[in-house]
Each structure stands twice: as structure tokens, then as C-alpha cells.
Write a protein that binds this ligand. Structure first.
Ligand code: FES
Length: 197
């Protein structure tokens, strides 16, 4: 087993997730751990990707603090870290899935859901929030039928909330890939999304 793995207890990361990420719905039991269920996007990893990940694990597993680099490389291979990939890392390093899941959900650099062709980020920084960006986020979520952190089944759109993007003068702000939309009102959202369909 690789050494130097940050020990994050289940209760600790559940508290962190509850405070900062909200408690996700659609849970399932896997390897004794309750994890978010991939209900919208089925896992489509290939044999080649699996072999690549196994080679990475083999190469790094005896190095101190290898878990984070392996998870980063796994995300590079698959584009995200679904529970199936976490399970492969867990098996390869003989680390409980619970710990892999804890690290994956604790660090914002890891995505448990794939990203869409169009990545929507609604700013929930203070300036945007006081001007109603929460309503903008809700509207996008309702129109696309996905929650924050999820991707549509056709992989066209993914939705995230972000912190200040440095355009407070335009609050409330939403970004779609590199495009910035400012001074938004709820009624603007549908028309903007239509442009990308
Ligand atoms: S708070 Fe939203 S851009 Fe600064």
C-alpha cells in the first residue's frame, strides 16, 4: 500500500461535503461505502484506459504520497473520476474505496462527473450572489435537468458553481466555456442556452 495517504475519516468528509458541497441524492452502496450514483452518464471506460491506469499504478505505487498523483493521472486518462475508476485505484493500491472517495470529494480538482462539451459555471461569489446568481443557477439546473456538478446524458452541458471570476462589475455572472455572460436576469437564461443546442 502506498504511504503518506492523508487520513480523512468518513465522518469528516461527510461533514465537509454537507457544509461545502451539499448532500447528494442518489446514493448507492459500493465496497461498503455509500457513494454518489452515476445515474445520468454510464461509465464507458475502455480496456486501453484500464491498462494505462494499471501501468500508472504499477509505476507509482511504491512511492511515498503516491495517491494524489495516481488520482490526477487517472483523471487525465478518463477525464473524470467515476466510482469505477476509484475502485480500480482502490484495488491497485489496496486502499479502501472509502479513502479514495474521501480524497476525491475533498479536493475540488477532482471531478466525479464528466464535463460537458459546454461547461457552464455560475458565479456564487458574494457580488454575484447578492445580485441573484442563486436564481440563475436554479434556472439553468431546471432547464437542463441536471444539478450542480452533473452533466447532461448527451454530454453536451455540465453545470458547476464557482467563486468570483473577477467580473464583479457584471454581476451576476455566468460563464459557458470562455464566454462570459453578465448582468443576467433569470429570463435571459433560456435564450442563452438555446444558442448552444
Ligand atoms: S463575485 Fe461573481 S464575478 Fe466576482
Amino acid at each position: 500500500m502506498c504511504k503518506g495517504v492523508a487520513f480523512i475519516t468518513k465522518s469528516f468528509y461527510l461533514i465537509i461535503r454537507t457544509i461545502f458541497g451539499g448532500v447528494k441524492e442518489n446514493k448507492k452502496q459500493l465496497g461498503g461505502v455509500i457513494v454518489s450514483e452515476q445515474t445520468l452518464i454510464p461509465f464507458e471506460g475502455t480496456k486501453e484506459q484500464e491498462q494505462e491506469l494499471k501501468a500508472v499504478i504499477e509505476e507509482l505505487k511504491d512511492e511515498k504520497g503516491c495517491l494524489m498523483p495516481i488520482m490526477q493521472k487517472a483523471q487525465g486518462i478518463y477525464g473524470y473520476l467515476p466510482v469505477e475508476v476509484q475502485q480500480m485505484i482502490s484495488d491497485g493500491l489496496a486502499i479502501p474505496l472509502e479513502k479514495i472517495y474521501g480524497v476525491a470529494t475533498f479536493y475540488s480538482q477532482f471531478n466525479l462527473q464528466p464535463k460537458g462539451e459546454y461547461q457552464i459555471s455560475v458565479c456564487l461569489g458574494t457580488a454575484c450572489y447578492v445580485k441573484g446568481s442563486g436564481n440563475i443557477l436554479e434556472e439553468v439546473s431546471e432547464i437542463l435537468g441536471i444539478k450542480t456538478g452533473e452533466c447532461t446524458p448527451d454530454r453536451k452541458f455540465s453545470l458547476d458553481a464557482c467563486r468570483c471570476v473577477g467580473a464583479c462589475g457584471l454581476a451576476p455572472v455566468m460563464m459557458i466555456n470562455d464566454e462570459v455572460y453578465g448582468r443576467l436576469e433569470k429570463k435571459d437564461v433560456k435564450g442563452i442556452l438555446e444558442k448552444y443546442k
